[in-house]
Design a protein around this ligand. Structure first.
Ligand code: ZN
Length: 533
């Protein structure tokens, strides 16, 4: 038999533990037809041959926690990929406004707080480049936004406007808005801006998919799917333009009640080839940096002494048990967001309650982020069949750690952060994801941190938790395929599986650093969907 495509001349990482590397792979009819020497002989007339020239090919990566539509939409709007400081940010906004004269609002995202005094840019600064219409531009972590005078006018915000319960308007001495909005106060302005249409979301999704394919990502779990995004996925798939293989995690509205379960059952039917909305996203706590991650023991104060604050359970733990038990019974997978050690424990307790009531299931509930995990809970992942869904890019000593996290956790709990090595040693299954747009979607940068535990500071974070590169690549391929119930068809280079592959520009396992490796070719079902240089 002759192959449609043969990849040879380097190494192919298979993600199969019994033979992690082969030297060639052959593709026929969109599936993997042979590996190793059997593959090489399948090249004939008409076969497309990719010569690796000593580089590495891998299974297509699978991102187990990502937000491609909103992050793609950010890239289509005013964004700051090419800006380096306040001045260039203003030039960027001015250019975007000039290029889009008919837009009623200037909407954008992605400025870092470090570009502005106290992280709070003024409305006058924005007025200089957008004097004529409202502008609202979110910062890079999404917890703050910058608005101009027109936006405050339209929203009716003046010195008499009270702060909302869940946010704060930055103010001048006379109480007038200064230009920056924090947390829930963003909504005061945002609700006056035109709402995203399904067409907007679809355009964002297309741009997001392009980004993911460029990093060799051929499948993912979308971590927040609302009805509009669901419609966008179904439309994209119907038009034959959805290239990735996607599981959607539908958002659980924590202000809504148990009647959501029936609604989600109905929404699950709105699927399409390549898009399965079979997971439900439950956000159980916040983040450490603003003390909203749910902790077993209190955060420390500036003096290093315990405060009374243990963070927030966004979903009451008793209620969480009932929700997870009901979802598990109706065949859903639960995709948890948990950052604090109590948040993680609440998720495990909820799955335990579901197991006691419903017996074992194959729904593959998974906890994303797993920043602080109490050592007692490490073996419970394997015992309860809960998959660890790691976002490894954060597992390094960056400014967030040194300034905003470790002083308030203290040394013991700081040492429990991102315990990927311990989870594996305790038998946990692990998948990986990026959380793009909070982080980059670049898989190899993430794998690098999983292995080195080191970011720009050069000081590793809890180096005993470092992973072997093979384990990290396995988590990002077959581990995440398991989370998505996709292992029969993807996640490894195995004869009979779909030909989803990524080709790198080097063999980073032989010539590091891992983070510098680039994807030069992405293949989905035997079709080349991305080619770079
Ligand atoms: Zn996320």
């Amino acid at each position: 038999m002759r192959a449609d495509l043969v990849i040879r001349g380097g190494r192919v990482f298979t993600a199969e533990p019994s033979h992690p590397f082969v030297d060639a792979v052959a593709v026929s009819g969109g599936r993997i037809a042979a590996v190793g020497a059997d593959a090489v002989v399948m090249a004939g007339r008409g076969t497309n041959v990719i010569d690796l020239g000593g580089t590495l090919a891998t299974p297509g990566f699978i991102d187990a926690h990502v937000h491609p539509a909103s992050s793609g939409l950010d890239k289509l709007r005013c964004h700051f990929d090419d800006a380096v400081d306040a001045e260039s940010a203003l030039e960027t906004i001015a250019a975007y406004g000039a290029a889009n004269p008919s837009l009623p609002w200037i909407i954008g995202a992605g400025w870092p707080q470090s570009w502005f005094v106290k992280g709070c840019p003024s409305k006058e600064l924005l007025d200089r480049v957008v004097p004529d219409r409202p502008a609202l531009i979110t910062n890079s972590d999404g917890h703050g936004a910058w608005a101009n005078s027109r936006a405050f006018e339209v929203a009716g915000i003046d010195p008499d406007t009270p702060d909302p319960a869940d946010g704060r308007i930055e103010r001048l001495a006379d109480g007038a808005p200064q230009g920056t909005l924090h947390e829930g106060a963003i909504r005061l302005v945002e609700r006056h801006a035109p709402e995203d249409t399904v067409d907007d979301v679809l355009a964002g999704l297309v741009r997001g998919q392009e980004e993911l394919l460029g990093y060799g990502i051929t499948g993912w779990q979308d971590a927040i799917v609302d009805p509009k995004l669901q419609e966008a996925y179904v439309r994209l798939a119907g038009e034959g333009r959805l290239k990735g293989r996607v599981v959607g995690a539908m958002w659980w509205d924590r202000k809504g009640g148990m009647e959501q379960v029936d609604e989600l059952v109905a929404r699950r039917e709105m699927a399409a080839p390549g898009f399965s909305p079979t997971s439900v996203k439950l956000m159980v706590d916040g983040v450490c940096e603003n003390f909203t991650a749910s902790m077993l023991d209190p955060y420390l104060g500036d003096d290093g002494e315990p405060t009374g604050n243990r963070g927030i359970d966004f979903i009451d733990p008793k209620e969480l048990k009932a929700i997870v038990t009901a979802l598990d019974e109706r065949g859903f997978q639960c995709h948890f967001h948990a950052i604090g050690d109590r948040g993680v424990r609440n998720c495990l307790d909820a799955v335990e309650a579901a197991r006691e009531r419903n017996g074992p299931s194959d729904h593959r509930h998974h906890i994303a982020h797993i920043q602080v995990v109490h050592p007692d809970d490490l073996p419970r992942f394997a015992a309860l069949d809960v998959v660890a869904n790691a976002q490894p890019l954060w597992a390094c000593n960056d400014d967030y750690q040194a300034e905003l996290t470790q002083p308030f956790l203290g040394p013991t709990r700081s040492g429990w952060q991102y315990p990927f090595g311990s989870l594996l040693r305790n038998g946990a299954r692990m998948g990986m994801g990026s959380d793009w747009g909070v982080s980059t979607a670049n898989v190899m940068e993430e794998v690098d941190v999983a292995v080195t535990r080191t970011g720009e500071s050069g000081q590793p974070l809890n180096p005993a938790e470092a992973m072997d590169p093979i384990d990290a690549l396995t988590a990002f391929t077959s581990g995440s395929a398991f989370i998505n119930h996709a292992e029969a068809d993807s996640g490894s280079v195995t004869v009979g599986k779909l030909a989803d592959l990524a080709v790198l520009d080097r063999d980073p396992l032989r010539e590091g650093p891992l983070r510098e490796a680039r994807v030069v070719c992405t293949i989905v079902g035997g079709e080349i969907v991305y080619e770079g240089r």
